[in-house]
Design a protein around this ligand. Structure first.
Ligand code: NGQ
Ligand code: ZN
Length: 453
């Protein structure tokens, strides 16, 4: 790619809002300089760093709208999970690639620029590995490449059906690996991403239900020292109860006792914590990967965000099941969950006079970049040029500037306000249109017809 220059009317930098600025991007898609005044291609609107989406299960995109019907018995996370397994058993590699590409276009159009793909459909529907055991994760990389989104691929380590090494259920057969084959998948993906500046590799031990600490330690010993590690933890009350019955400790306690958590770790959900666990997780430097719209959809509970953020805990957001794909809506739901619980307003603003949207947006940028381990999350020299531009001409933004515009996006306008998105200097969403959206949508519809939903 050639080096490029874009001009923005209004831009959020680490030192605050700037007006009338030109961003110079080098041929590798990295920001070389930010300067005052005109020059370069004008992109009208309000520019902010694009948001990382740290938690995605791409395959779940294809069951949207099909799990919101009641019964026969009482509905719960666990009955949803059974339904999800049924869908997961049907996707071929071609289907997954088509579904993921469509999802990634939707992410880009909502203002995300990099995705953490927590990918656990490794094998054929009967549980037999594909000729290349990394096949399904490679399809996610191909989909990301086609869509032009950054990706941290996190192949999932999954070996057991419950705490203490229980046998897996038949519906989990596509997910299963032990250390040796799992590390082959990681190695193959590492070779694949080596020359791609938008892609990197980490791992995702599914949960302390699906891996034992010993198995996970064995795998970590075989990884690059800085590879990110994402793990689901303490999402459901039953999971907490089962963990206590198994070992006398709660899941977050067990995780922190078994591993030396640090900024390399992202704890997904961490919904059910005591105040002592909340403080300890915040101090550990691990990122809390929150998925507020999915957590609401699945009836998980409310993350203790007021305490966690007051203790300087790092947060990031993810669209997880993709029930909605929208950084604005996930941040809004996070804030509203605290308001509904505590009967307050501006629960997470972080101090008098501060904008709630700005505080949350900047926290999720910083935590998201660390969680993805990619040079994103800020419009500053040395960072990748991942930029989301809001439509200043939209009536909702009339007379709204800077923090008030950000708050209007997050609390009122949502995805409808996103006009342009740049990833690594490439202008992939232009005036609400993704450069490959027709072809990707065609492939997606074809896959859906094949799957006959
Ligand atoms: C998942 N989803 O892996 O897709 C999980 C459900 C489980 C969320 N936790 C399965 N939201 O946790 O066992
Ligand atoms: Zn998940």
């Amino acid at each position: 790619m050639e080096s490029r220059k874009f001009h923005f009317d209004s831009l959020l930098t680490p030192t605050g809002w700037q007006r009338d600025v030109t961003v110079v991007i080098d041929s590798a898609g990295i920001i070389a300089a930010i300067g005052a005044g005109a020059g370069g291609e004008p992109i009208p609107g309000i520019a902010v760093p694009a948001m990382p989406n740290v938690h995605s299960h791409a395959h779940q995109r294809f069951m949207l709208g099909l799990a919101e019907r009641a019964g026969p018995g009482a509905d719960s996370f666990w009955t949803w999970r059974e339904a999800m397994y049924g869908f997961a058993l049907r996707l071929s590699p071609d289907d997954l690639e088509a579904v993921a590409a469509q999802l990634y276009v939707e992410m880009l159009k909502s203002g995300f620029s990099v995705v953490g793909e927590f990918q656990y459909l490794h094998h054929a529907p009967d549980g037999t590995p594909y000729a290349d055991p990394a096949e399904m994760s490679l399809r996610c990389l191909a989909a990301a490449q086609h869509a032009g989104i950054g990706i941290t691929i996190l192949p999932t380590l999954y070996a057991f059906g419950g705490f203490g090494g229980q046998d897996p259920a038949p519906g989990q057969r596509r997910f299963l690996n032990r250390a040796e084959r799992f590390l082959k998948i990681v190695d193959h993906l590492s070779i694949q991403v080596a020359s791609n500046s938008l892609q990197r590799v980490g791992i995702s031990p599914h949960s302390l239900r699906a891996v034992t600490p010993d198995l996970l330690r064995e795998v970590i010993a075989g990884l690059a020292a800085d590879a990110p590690i994402h793990v689901h933890v303490a999402e459901q009350v039953k999971e907490v109860e089962d963990c206590i019955a198994f070992c006398g400790r709660r899941p977050v306690e067990l995780l922190m006792k078994s591993f030396d958590l640090s900024g390399r770790w992202t704890a997904i959900h961490a919904t059910h914590m005591t105040p002592a666990e909340t403080a300890a997780l915040a101090r550990s430097g691990a990122i809390a990967g929150l998925c507020p719209t999915t957590e609401a959809n699945l009836g998980d509970g409310i993350f203790p965000a007021t305490q966690f953020m007051a203790e300087a805990g790092a947060i990031a957001i993810g669209s997880d099941s993709h029930i909605t794909v929208s950084p604005a809506e996930d941040l809004r739901m996070l804030e509203y969950s605290q308001r509904l619980r505590d009967l307050t307003r501006n629960a997470l603003a972080g101090g008098p006079g501060r904008s709630t949207g700005r505080t949350l947006y900047e926290a999720a940028l910083k935590g998201g970049a660390r969680s993805m381990r990619q040079p994103v999350g800020a419009i500053a020299p040395g960072c990748r040029a991942d930029i989301t531009v809001l439509d200043a001409g939209h009536p909702l933004l009339a007379g709204r500037h800077e923090d008030a515009a950000l708050d209007t996006w997050i609390f009122s306008g949502g995805n409808a306000l996103v006009r342009d998105v740049i990833v690594g200097g490439r202008h992939v969403v232009q005036d609400r249109h993704h450069i490959h959206e027709e072809q990707i949508a065609r492939n997606f519809r074809r896959a859906l017809r094949r799957l006959d939903t």
